[in-house]
Design a protein around this ligand. Structure first.
Ligand code: NAP
Length: 243
């Protein structure tokens, strides 16, 4: 049985990933930060369905906390076969209004976290000569979004990290890919008005916004043996909004 650690699995895309990996027969480590109750309730749901699951808490913008998170999962489940770097935050703000500490928080939470978690799982994966990392980027990291400069920069960094790490870890039998979601209906979209959401839907060639499960299915595909010759790729799951 393979083990997956999913960061930010208490809600949204991460929780959908946890459910799809569990259905696929994985042991699931559900990471959360503030949403303890949601993470524990999801863990109970997966265990009731016959999955071996655990929860683990950490602030992913803190390197030491990420190392402790990985150690806790390795202690309970043995090696981590699949790491999904999903935890993230968004911010809509004019570039000229973005404070230094907001920039730093966006970069450390969305990009630093990926560096810390990949670095923490890599030694065991290298020893095992196998493993798989799937990072959650964003279409704004590919093309940039007005009023989301810090977010776009962090996600562009995730894309660069994914490609470079795939080259470095490929000879060690480890695949590194990213899923790059388009607009996906989660708490992250709470700040958008109904009109904004309708406009985004109208701009999408498939005339629908993403559901967390749409992203999760792509993540599980990239982690699976069906994707055994795929590495260093950024898989857009965006209804055709960015091609
Ligand atoms: P969400 O519903 O807001 O969930 C965010 C998750 O990240 C939560 O589980 C949260 O944990 C965790 N998190 C946030 N800050 C954290 C921190 N400092 N330390 C640890 N965990 C932290 O967001 P989502 O829409 O599912 O987004 C998931 C990923 O997809 C993000 O990387 C996001 O950038 C990306 N994405 C989303 C969209 C979209 O339209 N929704 C589009 C493109 C990309 P707690 O609640 O436990 O604190």
């Amino acid at each position: 049985m393979r083990t997956v650690l999913i960061t930010g699995a208490s809600r949204g895309i991460g929780a959908a990933c946890a459910r799809v990996f569990a259905r696929d027969g994985y042991r699931v480590a559900i990471h959360y930060h503030h949403s303890k109750q949601k993470a524990e309730s999801l863990c109970g749901e997966l265990i009731a369905a016959g999955c071996d699951a655990m929860t683990v808490c950490a602030d992913v913008s803190d390197g030491a906390a990420v190392r402790e998170m990985v150690a806790a999962v390795e202690k309970r489940f043995g090696c981590i076969d699949v790491l999904v770097n999903n935890a993230g935050i968004a911010m809509q703000k004019l570039f000229t209004d973005t404070a230094d500490d907001e920039w730093e928080k966006m970069i450390s939470t969305n990009l630093g976290s990926v560096f810390y978690a990949c670095k923490a799982v890599a030694p065991a994966m290298i020893r095992a000569h196998s493993g798989c990392i799937v990072n959650i980027a964003s279409m704004w990291g590919e093309v940039g979004a007005s009023c989301e400069v810090a977010y776009s920069a962090a996600k562009a960094g995730v894309i660069g990290l994914t490609k470079a790490l795939a080259k470095e870890l490929g000879p060690s039998g480890i695949r590194v890919n990213a899923v790059s979601p388009g607009v996906t209906m989660t708490d992250m979209m709470k700040g958008f008005s109904d009109e904004d959401v309708a406009a985004l839907r109208d701009e999408t060639p498939l005339c629908a916004l993403g559901k967390p499960e749409d992203i999760a299915r792509a993540v599980v595909f990239l982690a699976s043996d069906n994707a055994c010759y795929i590495t260093g790729q950024i898989l857009g799951v965006n209804g055709g909004m960015v091609i």
